[in-house]
Design a protein around this ligand. Structure first.
Ligand code: SF4
Length: 82
């Protein structure tokens, strides 16, 4: 387990590059219909970045990786923040 994990960071910013690479490969395989557009994706992640439930790249409220969940057009924040 990596020490000094930033509680308000995403996978890439907290030393979890391997996990990020894995989910990025899944994101890249989503069809255009499944995938959230880039602008909306950025807005969603900005909200997660300021959320008190983000810790070490994981949403503590639903257990997801926000970078992955937010990539799906039809997904929603479990707390309706986006
Ligand atoms: S998905 Fe929702 S509850 Fe989870 S970190 Fe993002 S904004 Fe917070």
């Amino acid at each position: 387990m990596q020490e000094n994990i930033c509680k308000r960071c995403f996978l890439l910013n907290c030393g979890r590059e391997d996990t990020y690479k894995n989910i990025k490969e899944h994101i890249d395989r989503l069809s255009p219909n499944e995938r959230c557009n880039g602008e909306e994706y950025g807005k969603r992640l900005d909200i997660c970045a300021g959320c008190e439930h983000l810790s070490g790249g994981v949403c503590l409220k639903c257990g997801c990786y926000p970078e992955f969940r937010a990539a799906f057009a039809k997904q929603k924040c479990p707390y309706k923040k986006w």
